[in-house]
Design a binder for this molecule. Structure first.
Ligand SMILES: Cc1cc2nc3c(=O)[nH]c(=O)nc-3n(C[C@H](O)[C@H](O)[C@H](O)COP(=O)(O)O)c2cc1C
Length: 204
């Protein structure tokens, strides 16, 4: 598939056929992610593949954890997202190494890897949706992944620098997103977008 066609026709898919994927298919998608550019070429992404009973346990942990939390408006769609993960044959959790404390360059590397995977999956006739609603239950997920959210000295130093400079150095924990993956069972319309002119300013 041509790159333009993949970029133009990819859609978030939230309904999947009850049809398994082969390990070879999943590996092709991970390989596309692993070819993304990365800050200082440090390859900050890590992929965790959930299928079958492991996926059931993951989704259950998300549901149980979110139900115990106070509700805020941003969390309105969480159960929908967990239902999508339940319905998809594969869920890829994407984490970052947090070598530098989970700061913007690392998050950007991992996001590039995610987009590569979404486009590759689409080019293979597969559907995906990028899911951030897992972030609300990050501690429960890190327990499943056996990853510790360690505080790094660099992160502390950057926050200190930021407060002195009057800027907020954004940082994130190890969990970046989930990707639901499977054969599409819907053909969503393109969502309304701003035009390029609306999001662009030219400088001369
Ligand atoms: C960072 C990010 C987080 C997202 N989180 C969710 C989510 O938690 N649940 C969901 O159903 N869709 C999620 N999406 C998908 C967006 O809703 C979707 O990309 C957007 O509506 C545009 O539609 P399209 O992907 O079909 O072009 C997310 C997308 C991005 C880029």
């Amino acid at each position: 598939m041509e790159i333009d066609e993949a970029i133009k026709n990819r859609r978030s898919i939230r309904k999947y056929k009850d049809k398994p994927l082969s390990k070879e298919q999943i590996m092709q998608i991970l390989d596309a992610g692993n070819r993304a550019p990365s800050a200082k070429s440090r390859v900050q992404w890590r992929f965790h593949i959930f299928q079958d009973k492991a996926k059931d346990r993951l989704v259950q942990a998300c549901r149980d954890t979110i139900d115990k939390l106070p509700k805020i408006p941003l969390m309105a769609s969480t159960h929908n997202s967990y239902n999508i993960m339940d319905n998809a044959p594969v869920v890829i959790l994407v984490t970052q190494t947090c070598e530098w404390g989970g700061i913007a360059p690392e998050i950007q590397s991992v996001s590039a890897a995610i987009q590569n995977m979404l486009l590759k999956a689409h080019s293979m006739g597969l559907g995906t949706v990028w899911i951030n609603d897992v972030l609300f239950v990050e501690p429960a997920i890190l327990q499943i992944l056996d990853i510790k959210s360690e505080e790094s000295e660099l992160k502390d130093a950057l926050i200190e620098f930021g407060s002195q400079a009057g800027i907020d150095i954004g940082y994130s924990g190890p969990l970046i997103a989930a990707i639901a993956l499977g054969y599409p069972d819907e053909q969503p319309e393109r969502e309304p977008r701003f035009t390029v002119e609306e999001v662009t300013k030219w400088y001369e």
